[in-house]
Design a protein around this ligand. Structure first.
Ligand code: SAM
Ligand code: FES
Length: 349
């Protein structure tokens, strides 16, 4: 068995470990090891992206969802959730104001709301692309058919975020109701890739029943799938879900994993997520220092921000988009990085 130092060396020079080696590296978490991984990850990221941080304007289009993911605050069984849906006009207005603030990527994210048919999404995507041809449109609208993904791509969508949630079928079954399946999640990711989207996967750190074995499978999956983007953030319980009393995931371990993922695939686009900023007041700064190079400020109207509550105490629900951007610019500058006005595509060799 390799010593931890040797594992870190192997990961940094080859971008690959065996599954049991990933598990060992996670088990061997210590501040000193986190520091070593962070230094290596930072150097790799700087070789490709310098000190530039990409921003994505997040538009939370609806909290209406046909799914019942056990961890999620907007699951259909949550009767206390105050439901809303933005109109296409409101979504376009968010994109317009985001453009003025320097955003060149818009992310439409929401529950699996039947209102957002292919026709509705196609017309919104086409309108955003015609008003802002220099921008990328990212969708994060959950599981859909291959045909639907194709239509949305043809309408102009560039990227799709669909976290795999866990690369263990058994673990997937513990986080989701029976009618959802690991196979379908993976079918969606393969389909998105085949169609030509830039694809993002990802998982929650510290979700219920997750051990280093499951996280090692996630890392191996990322190594093999080589997503263009990967969203990871700590699991945070929501008071109106069956996981209300579960422990939250840790910001430290999330940062440790961000460094590992940067070393697995140095070009990857890696956000320092809102959940990381919620788990730790300095989480987003720590995430960037650990190897992340993307942040996703909220462009949703302030009136709906609190309603898109996936977990308790979500940050940035009271600020207007412009205030969020200014706050983040300050935070990022103070740690020696800079936010750029750029589509922020993955830089391929
Ligand atoms: N419906 C779309 C989907 O399934 O991809 C997008 C919205 S979904 C709410 C976005 C992500 O939020 C999920 O992939 C999940 O990883 C994350 N999430 C949900 N509940 C969470 C919680 N309690 N703590 C942290 N992250 C959570
Ligand atoms: Fe649908 Fe969370 S259960 S978005």
């Amino acid at each position: 068995m390799l010593r931890t130092d040797e594992l870190i060396q192997k990961l940094s020079s080859t971008g690959s470990l065996e599954e049991n080696e990933y598990a060992q590296l996670i088990k061997d978490y210590s501040e000193a090891n986190a520091e070593k991984l962070k230094t290596l990850a930072d150097a790799k990221r700087r070789e490709i992206y310098g000190n530039e941080i990409f921003i994505r304007g997040l538009i939370e289009v609806s909290n209406i969802c046909r799914n019942d993911c056990i961890y999620c605050g907007i699951r259909r069984s949550n009767r206390n959730c105050d439901r809303y849906r933005l109109t296409p006009e409101e979504i376009l207005a968010c994109a317009n104001s985001g453009y003025e603030l320097g955003f060149r990527t818009f992310v439409m994210q929401g529950g699996e709301d039947p209102f957002f048919t292919d026709e509705v999404l196609e017309s919104i995507i086409k309108e955003i692309k015609s008003r802002h041809p220099d921008c990328a449109v990212t969708l994060s609208m959950g599981e859909r058919s291959d045909e639907s993904y194709q239509r949305l791509f043809d309408a102009g969508a560039d990227r799709y975020l669909l976290r795999h949630e866990t690369a263990s079928k058994e673990h997937y079954g513990k986080l989701h109701p029976q009618e959802m399946s690991y196979e379908n999640r993976m079918r969606c990711l393969r389909s998105l890739r085949r169609i030509g989207y830039q694809v993002g996967c990802g998982f929650m750190v510290g979700s219920p029943y997750q051990t280093e074995i499951e996280m090692a499978k996630d890392l191996k999956f990322i190594e093999e799938f080589r997503p263009d983007m990967c969203g990871i953030g700590p699991f945070i319980p929501h008071k109106d879900t069956p996981f209300r009393d579960e422990e939250a995931g840790s910001a430290e371990l999330t940062c440790y994993l961000l460094s590992i993922i940067r070393l697995i695939y140095p070009r990857i686009l890696l956000p320092a997520t809102t959940a990381l900023g919620t788990a730790d007041g300095m989480g987003r700064e720590k995430g960037i220092l650990a190897g992340a190079n993307v942040i996703m400020p909220n462009l949703s109207p302030v009136s709906v921000r609190k309603k898109y509550e996936l977990y308790d105490n979500k940050i940035c629900t009271g600020e207007e988009a412009a205030e969020c951007v200014n706050c983040l610019k300050g935070r990022i500058t103070r740690i020696g990085f800079k936010i750029v006005t750029d589509r922020g595509d993955i830089r391929k060799e």
